[in-house]
Design a protein around this ligand. Structure first.
Ligand SMILES: *Cc1c(COP(=O)(O)O)cnc(C)c1O
Length: 355
């Protein structure tokens, strides 16, 4: 399949970073995948080239009107040396959902998947193997037409870059403190919450910054209309275990449909732990904490996989969850999902794609 692309190898391979000290998204590999779109011609010139800065016209649409979408997924090297991608088909399907919302042309998912596989093979030596590490894959599309009139761009660039990353929480799964955001909102129904687009992140920074100043790791987002119903935590989906049942907000048109979220729901069903997707208010959550039925809480996303929540601050009320420690179900879900991803747990779901 690699004959669909040209591969230009770098003449100047970089020194690889120390695997014990990778951090997140700080180091990039030797190559990248590129593909252009031109109206009338479609996507063309899929190619792997040495990783390098881009040259773009200052009038390029993406700089002014933010017509941009992205994805995030990971590759793992198993103990036996196999390279596994986790559910890349789901990410590419979602990229097209984001494309549709941002008036960006659809991509050929199978072609881009082959491009990602070829890129990961090209830079396979960069995949770290230390506990908790992986190769983060960042596909994204930007509008490159040099014109300031507001309209969908007739030209785009799709890029895939790779970053060896460390464990998201180097000290292990430590529950974090979260501030319930009562002023700012992340997304509204009819807006762009269902798309993975740069603008959503730009709009979330202020609340995140204020939460950090007050000693919180993230914010818990409420719905954009009534500011009553729970939507997401930071840039993760959110789950609560209440009285033996796991609850996650139902997809409502403003919540991003996470691949980790849907995987966690399936694992819970497989383990026969009750799980429901429904609307849940912050009031209900507070009441559950008061009457002692709020047992666990965690966020889910590709970067951290599972991020346990130890405390929520809602206006003047403090909600402590499981004495600030990781819950049993949260830990079990983390072990199962990361085990499937890195090849230590048998993948009975067919989620891993060998590169
Ligand atoms: C990417 C993202 C998630 C998590 O999605 P995964 O596919 O699980 O990584 C959740 N919420 C938002 C807003 C996101 O951008």
């Amino acid at each position: 399949m690699s004959s669909q692309f040209t591969v230009e190898k770098t003449q100047h391979p970089k020194t690889k970073p120390d695997q014990q000290n990778l951090g997140f998204g700080k180091h990039f590999t030797d190559h990248m995948f590129l593909m252009n779109y031109t109206a009338g011609e479609g996507w063309h010139d899929a190619r792997i080239v040495p990783y390098a800065p881009l040259s773009l016209d200052p009038a390029a649409m993406v700089f002014h009107y933010g017509q941009a979408v992205f994805e995030g997924l990971k590759a793992y090297k198993t103990e036996g040396g196999r390279v596994l991608l986790f559910r890349p088909d789901q990410n590419l399907e979602r990229l097209n959902i984001s494309n549709e919302r941002l008036s960006i042309p659809q991509i050929d998912e199978a072609l881009v998947l082959e491009g990602i596989k070829e890129l990961v093979r090209t830079d396979a030596d960069w995949i770290p193997t230390a506990e908790g590490t992986s190769l983060y894959i960042r596909p994204f599309i930007i509008a490159t037409d040099a014109a300031l009139g507001v309209h969908p761009s007739p030209q785009y660039l799709l890029i895939v870059i790779l970053s060896p990353v460390g464990a998201y929480y180097p000290e292990g799964l430590k529950p974090v403190k979260i501030n319930v955001e009562s002023e700012y909102v992340r997304a509204v129904r009819g807006g762009t919450g269902v798309a993975k687009t740069a603008g959503n992140y730009a709009a979330s920074l202020r609340a995140q910054e204020e939460a950090e100043k007050q000693g919180y790791a993230q914010v818990l987002w409420l719905d954009g209309v009534e500011k009553k119903y729970i939507e997401e935590v930071g840039s993760m989906n959110v789950f609560f275990k209440i009285n033996g049942e796991v609850v996650t907000p139902a997809l409502n048109g403003s919540i991003l449909s996470g691949v980790t979220r849907r995987s966690i729901i399936q694992i819970l069903q497989d383990k026969e732990i009750p799980v429901v997707e429904r609307r849940i208010s912050i009031e209900e959550l507070y009441e559950a904490s008061v009457n002692g039925t709020l047992e666990e809480a965690f966020g889910t996303g590709t970067a951290a996989v599972i991020s346990p929540i130890g405390e929520l601050n809602w206006e003047d009320k403090q909600i402590t969850i499981n004495k600030g420690e990781i819950g049993q179900v949260s830990q079990e879900l983390y072990d199962t999902l990361t085990g499937i991803q890195n090849g230590k747990v048998k993948d009975t779901f067919g989620w891993t794609f060998e590169v």
